[in-house]
Design a binder for this molecule. Sequence first.
Ligand SMILES: NC(=O)c1ccc[n+]([C@@H]2O[C@H](COP(=O)([O-])OP(=O)(O)OC[C@H]3O[C@@H](n4cnc5c(N)ncnc54)[C@H](O)[C@@H]3O)[C@@H](O)[C@H]2O)c1
Length: 348
Amino acid sequence: MAAALGVAHIGCGAIGIFRAEAVAQTPGLKLVVVADVRQEAAEPLARRFGCAWATDWEKAVSRPDVDMVIVSTPPHLHATMTLTAIAQGKHVLCEKPLAHTLEDAHRMCDAAQARGVFLKTGFNHRYFPSMAFARSLIDQGRLGDVISVRAYAGHPGGKEFGPAWVTDGRVTGGGSLVDNGIHILDLTRFFLGEVATGKGYVANLIWPFPAAEDNSFALFRSAQGAIAQVQASWTEWRGYVFWVETVGTKGYVRASYPPMFAEWGETTPGNRAKRRYNLFPAFQVQERLFSWRWTIVQSFVQEMTDFARGIQRGNEVPATGQDGLKAMAMAHAIYRSSQQGGDEVSVG
Ligand SMILES: NC(=O)c1ccc[n+]([C@@H]2O[C@H](COP(=O)([O-])OP(=O)(O)OC[C@H]3O[C@@H](n4cnc5c(N)ncnc54)[C@H](O)[C@@H]3O)[C@@H](O)[C@H]2O)c1
């Protein structure tokens, strides 16, 4: 059996704590060091998991016993941290959105390829059971050819849903579309395939956030003519929710969270499908016992297990850096389109 990969984890905030928990549960990984500018965040986490801590992330990354770096800091720091780690030959799992600007995302992907290391984007929503189930129906050919996707992600935009920097476009590179929206942009590609063009509007309908829209409404089209409709919102008063509905020539699946749920059906064109439901009962029980945190950590464990195996075998594992870049390109296409009054623009 290959030796465990040493992990340096940068950023011990809300997500960093979950990520550190997930590393501890992931076969093939060993948490070596956690880093945060705030000693009060790094030290207790290190004590909890029996690893070293640092307030200087560069020192953590350059340790010889570190093979892989996880970047869980605000997005304007992703590029510098990722590029430094890559330059030292470390594999990187970087949180979403991959970068603050498209140019940075390109540089990160190019650097990983040139250095021969793997870059993975933190699109853990692909590992949510409802989403993985939807993908498996497509893979089995049960829905036929995918012709359309409708996707939605929303939350109320208040303090409960992230630190203050989340709503500052100068830190994140955008608004709702690159925050909660970036997951459904990725899932749209995951189910529909590549999109070629996009059009849409972004707006601050209620929140006066700097350079960060609270709503975006987008349409995308693939080169083959398949269409996707995507809305990302920070005015979803019911609370955090996301869903993706995929329609194929022979059926449909609507996957959502929370709760973890999928509705699907197989049919022939023109005929009503018998509705079927997947309630993921084991997940419902675990979540009832351990809250939504359990779901997030489990998605991270699966994501990191895949990444660790890929590194050991020399295989790149989706969602890659390129996947992170392409989701950002979709968001930026909508920003351009909105500035041009909703014109159709090319993605990429
Ligand atoms: N995958 C998901 O579903 C998901 C959900 C929420 C957030 N995120 C992403 O995770 C990342 C972190 O988000 P968060 O909610 O944990 O933010 P957070 O503000 O709670 O945590 C960020 C941490 O980074 C630390 N930090 C800042 N500058 C640093 C530096 N120079 N060196 C070391 N540490 C530094 C901060 O002190 C803080 O502890 C972001 O990229 C965010 O978009 C992902």
